[in-house]
Design a protein around this ligand. Structure first.
Ligand SMILES: [Zn+2]
Length: 436
């Protein structure tokens, strides 16, 4: 393998954009040509027609790689001899039923470590911190492993709290070890705090100085903090920094202290945002995030369609870093609802409900309707018996232009439906459309 881009003595976050772009392009070509030579999947797909590409303009010839490609041909993505594998990560089977394996070489593990160390630094974590990792570290979960390795390499004191043993367990360990930073899924950390408060404890009085949020967006399209996230900050008395990552990306986009989107990692990943037809959209426009993680040896990918809908922020960041940023994930492509002539994401519906203090939360169900439209039902839990539904309807009209069908249930029923025991993330969307 050629020298890896992230091992160069070069500051990808502060150097001039032109120089960084040029370095990235060189390494993107190296990476793609490595895939064409070494990956059975890619050499079978392109072997006869494309043996090599020599410029960025040729990249589009290679089409896209989908989740389905990975599911159907998982073994064919392995680009190294089996003896070079040192770790296997697998995805949680949230899409489809079969998890996908990602085999990592020693170099991939080093890359992952570097990736997370720099991501932590961008979010202000230092070696003085004590970090509570409130996500799974077992079950082949890549994120937990990356956090641990990245933190250790930064010199941070890591407390592997884990995520599988329930809210009480997480709270007990936080209380015992007094971390200064937490990393976890926002809705889970909200419930940990609420349960602790119910039992007479006060999470806001602990030493937590920052929370790194994974798996859920923390901001809306305008980069305003979601009301639910605002509430979590109050519960813990600590600011929340978003980090966007996935197993396929093997890369984290972390927010800096100014919290205006996750800084790009040009040394680790090439990002495109595409429209329905697969064409690149302008910076600032929402489209599907497509990634080519650079320098991955074991299970390398070219132009992987993440299914996440987001946008690129190209304005200068007050922190002085020169990299572009990725906006919040505004929804999953497969969750886009067509309702009364408007495109709506379930997340957007839920965040309007959560912004209204009369209501505790909401989940969304979609059914097929006529003429390619969807029927959208928002089921809402109220905080008390007194609530103003007309005001909420007004807020829907102002925020989304449409009002979904509304149904009210009690909090218990809501929690059972959205947060079943043992689930990594809460579920607020139920897709009951035909043929989905
Ligand atoms: Zn910044």
């Amino acid at each position: 393998m050629n020298e890896l881009i992230w091992q160069l003595d070069y500051d990808f976050q502060h150097e001039p954009r032109e120089k960084t772009d040029q370095l990235q392009e060189e390494h993107l070509l190296k990476h793609v040509n490595y895939c064409l030579r070494k990956s059975p999947f890619y050499s079978k797909r392109f072997g006869k027609s494309i043996a090599e590409i020599t410029s960025l303009s040729e990249l589009s010839k290679l089409g896209f790689t989908t989740k389905d490609d990975l599911l159907q041909n998982n073994d064919a993505f392995l680009a190294v001899p089996e003896t070079d594998i040192v770790d296997t990560c697998f995805t949680s089977a949230t899409v489809g039923t079969t998890p996908v394996n990602f085999h990592l070489t020693k170099s991939d593990l080093d890359r992952l470590t570097y990736n997370e160390r720099v991501a932590f630094q961008i979010s202000g974590v230092t070696r003085e911190d004590k970090m509570g990792v409130c996500v799974a570290l077992e079950r082949g979960f890549m994120a937990g492993l990356a956090y641990f390795l990245g933190g250790v390499s930064l010199g941070t004191h890591m407390i592997r709290i884990g995520g599988a043993r329930g809210l009480q367990h997480i709270w007990n360990l936080i209380k015992t070890h007094q971390p200064t930073a937490l990393i976890g899924v926002p809705s889970v950390l909200a419930n940990v705090a609420l349960q602790a408060i119910e039992a007479g404890d006060n999470p806001a009085s602990l030493k937590v100085e920052r929370i790194l949020a994974i798996g859920e967006s923390t901001r809306d399209k305008q980069l305003r903090l979601l009301p639910s996230v605002n509430r979590i900050e109050q519960l813990w008395n600590a600011p929340i920094y978003s980090t966007y990552a996935s197993t396929e990306m093997s890369t984290s986009f972390a927010e800096c202290l100014h919290r205006q989107g996750g800084h790009f990692r040009p040394e680790l990943i090439y990002v495109e945002i595409i429209d329905e037809q697969g064409n690149k959209v302008e910076d600032g426009e929402i489209g599907e995030v497509v990634v080519t993680p650079l320098g991955v040896q074991g299970t390398p990918l070219i132009r992987f369609k993440t299914g996440d809908m987001s946008f690129i922020i190209n304005q200068k960041c007050p922190c002085g870093r020169t990299t572009k940023r990725i906006g919040p994930v505004v929804g999953r492509k497969a969750q886009l609802l067509k309702y009364k002539g408007t495109n709506v994401f379930p997340n957007a519906i839920a965040s309007i409900v959560e912004a209204n203090s009369d209501f505790f939360g909401c989940f969304v169900e979609a059914y097929s309707a006529e003429f390619g439209e969807d029927r959208v039902v928002a089921t809402i839990a109220a905080t008390s018996e007194k609530y103003d539904l007309d005001k909420l309807k007004e807020e829907f009209r102002a925020g989304l232009r449409v009002v979904p069908e509304l149904r009210i249930i009690d909090k218990e029923e809501f929690l059972q439906k959205t947060q079943p025991e043992g689930k990594r993330k809460r579920q607020i969307f139920f897709d009951l459309r035909k043929g989905e």
